[in-house]
Design a protein around this ligand. Structure first.
Ligand code: TXA
Ligand code: MG
Length: 339
């Protein structure tokens, strides 16, 4: 068993909470922790504040943002309607790492949704996120608090590393290490086929959702559909979540591609005691154990990639974890960082 997460007590003092709310009300950005990754927050109803997010991240304006809430009243303000199956999922998994895509009301600025008629809504469970969302008058848009196409941040220090300018990002709220470590599960509803669409796999698995929905409402994983459909979600771009150092998937530890020298590489290890891997681990410049279970691996993957980038190696050698359903979310991210 891992120890429970260490959180500051009290989570945010009154002065910090008041400062966060004051900045948000003034249209400034405030980064905050969630259970998945840190978010770069702005008032979801303030188009100028939303522009600041796109400018700071360097994110294309047509990539929609997730709106974060901590009150049912806000869900009703943002969503024009919620299909019953998605409502069922929110009741089962909120607060938590689940985002639903639903038709938006006119209250939601189109700047937040990249011009789309739908809005992504999520109710995070992290106590610091909840504290800010409950104290502030409006919902908050928050993409992962990383530069566009960089690895998502799972500590406050990662966020500062990507955005050191305190004029552009005046406040990063520190809530410790993120417990989940990979971005939320995203689901939508397809009225034509009466299916729940899995747009981005995450900690809430298809099995867990299917148990709530029952067998009459199938879940369709859009990554299995033709590319044009899957493109709908920017997080599903082929390359995403990338460290600076190239990553290669090593199928056979005894045979690296020509030109790749083990002593100049870091090994991203799942279990370096597996047959054949010990020898490679001995030769490598560094061995970085990511995690032996899917949950541990997910929690540590992004921090490990960021750390690997500081080691001055030519290549990151990825030891493939098992290809079983419980590793599916991890594999979804791994596929995107391999060259
Ligand atoms: O765990 C998370 O979801 C984190 C934390 C901070 O909450 N946020 C996050 O945001 O991962 P971001 O912006 O890095 O990824 C949001 C994803 C993008 O892939 C975007 O395309 C998709 O959500 N998305 C948001 N609104 C959408 C919409 N209306 N239709 C389709 N996809 C949408
Ligand atoms: Mg992101």
């Amino acid at each position: 068993m891992e120890p429970p997460p260490l959180l500051p007590t009290p989570l945010l003092d009154e002065a910090t909470l008041a400062r966060a709310c004051g900045l948000l009300a003034a249209g400034q950005l405030v980064a905050f922790p969630t259970e998945t990754v840190y978010g770069l927050g702005a008032d979801a109803l303030n188009p100028l504040a939303i522009q600041r997010i796109y400018a700071l991240k360097g994110r294309p304006a047509n990539h929609p943002l997730i709106v974060h809430v901590a009150r049912w009243a806000d869900v009703t303000r943002l969503a024009a309607s919620i299909p019953a199956p998605l409502q069922q999922l929110t009741e089962a998994f909120w607060p938590g790492p689940l985002t639903i895509i639903v038709p938006k009301t006119t209250l939601v600025p189109s700047a937040a949704t990249g011009g789309q008629a739908t809005v992504g809504i999520r109710w995070p469970v992290h106590p610091v996120a909840q504290q800010v969302l409950q104290a502030y008058a409006n919902p908050l848009v928050a993409p992962s608090a990383n530069r566009y196409q960089h690895v998502s941040p799972t500590t406050a220090a990662h966020v500062r590393g990507d955005f050191p300018d305190t004029d552009a990002l005046p406040l990063v709220l520190d809530g410790g290490d993120c417990e989940v470590g990979l971005e939320s599960t995203i689901v939508g509803w397809d009225d034509a086929t009466h299916t729940v669409q899995l747009l981005r796999p995450g900690h809430i698995t298809p099995d867990a959702m299917q148990a709530v929905l029952g067998d009459s409402v199938p879940i369709v994983d859009v990554s299995t559909l033709p590319a044009a459909r899957a493109e709908k979600v920017s997080g599903q771009e082929a390359r995403h979540y990338c460290p600076q150092t190239p990553v290669i998937l090593v199928e056979n530890p005894a045979k690296l591609p020509s030109g790749v020298e083990a002593h100049q590489c870091a090994l991203l290890a799942w279990d370096s005691t597996q047959p054949g891997w010990e020898a490679l681990a001995k030769q490598a410049k560094a061995v970085l154990p990511v995690g032996e279970t899917p949950l541990q691996y997910a929690k540590h993957l992004y921090a490990t990639l960021r750390h690997a980038d500081t080691l001055n190696t030519t290549t990151l050698l990825l030891q493939p974890p098992p290809n079983t359903p419980d590793w599916a979310t991890v594999w979804n991210r791994l596929q995107r960082l391999v060259k």
